[in-house]
Design a protein around this ligand. Sequence first.
Ligand code: S3P
Length: 432
Amino acid sequence: MLSEKTKGLRGEITIPGDKSISHRAVMLGAISQGRTEIRNFLQGADCLSTIQCFRSLGIEIEKKTEAGKGCDEDIITIYGKGLEGLSAPSHPLDAGNSGTTTRLISGILSPQPFDTILTGDASIKSRPMKRIIEPLALMGARIQSMKDNGCAPLQIQGTPLQGIHYFSPIASAQVKSALLLAGLYAEGETSVTEPILSRNHSEIMLCTFGAEVKSEGTTATIQPRPHLEGQKILVPGDISSAAYFIAAALLVPGSDLIIRNVGINPTRDGILRVAQAMGGNIRLENKNDKGEPTADLHVSYSSLKGTIIQGELIPTLIDELPIIAIMAAAAQGTTEIRDAAELKVKESNRIDVMTKNLSAMGCRITATEDGMIIQGGSPLHGASIQTHKDHRIAMSFAIASLIAEGETLLDDKSCVDISYPGFYSDLEALMK
Ligand code: S3P
């Protein structure tokens, strides 16, 4: 399928639910009193890992399918047991490939009256966990990397915590969220100040469930021991998944596409700002500003030019940088990505992997310490792509293959299931 060329992507698509928001809805539902119903929950492997972890912690979670408008709709129901309701698991918790599960759940597990071991796949066992181990330890947590290499598996001996004010050296929503979740259980308030504001879904959802969270600039502060009450959550479409379709519609001549109900939270919308700065024709329609804001995105083929991406923009598009690099390869002129060293510690080293794979397709690209310099405009040709089982690398090169001459082969297509199980069929359905 990847070698098949298209005359453009046309029509409309509703993409699956937001991964970050789906994780948080399960976690907060589990530690709230009563029933939480989640609609448009992302059924990707990462979010299913979060569900599995909370089932192992004694929480009943049900999936039922209801007939919706035009298609069946899955609803996740969580029977929450309140802040004190989790029970000791009988085996190590498995977070699979999910950094969000591993880091956020550590904040919930640290103050429990029981011990846990938290593990995951080979990628998780090589990703940095010191970033949560150190601040949680400052709160009094007893959390250790079992191999003493700063990575999972983690051993967490539950113990009471104290609130702290933590100045995080990195802009990371996973670090911030781990501390805010731990702060629910701590003695006194907990604050996190980041160098740049990262995605604020935890702050928003904690407030929805009844917690007291204040955000001022790049500082979030939570008060302990709230009464959290189960909620009805509607998860918006994931802008990180929409990004592949935005790029495809911008890059493939003849495209004109509507992407429905996409989350456009300003801490996540950097891809829209960058695509527009590159000359991309993207119109936001049917905006809805209640809770997590959403809009329909109307995207059409555009001739793109290079740009500079750096500073405060980076956390707002960190997961989109691989597909932005593909857009940059097709654009006229140079694109420079700076201040994005975090890319090295994602599901793969995305600076290295993007540079090698795009070079293999004929792009002039140089890796830097904290980003990439991409000289756009050289025609791309098909190549064998090493995905490193990274879902975002696989989806980025599936889109690159649409504009490359000749055949492109991915060494692993199935890793897209981490965040977008229906990706290839959704893409094919739009190719006219
Ligand atoms: C996420 C935060 C980001 C992002 C990840 C999901 C989250 O990671 O890259 O895919 O849901 O909090 P960092 O917090 O490490 O930047």
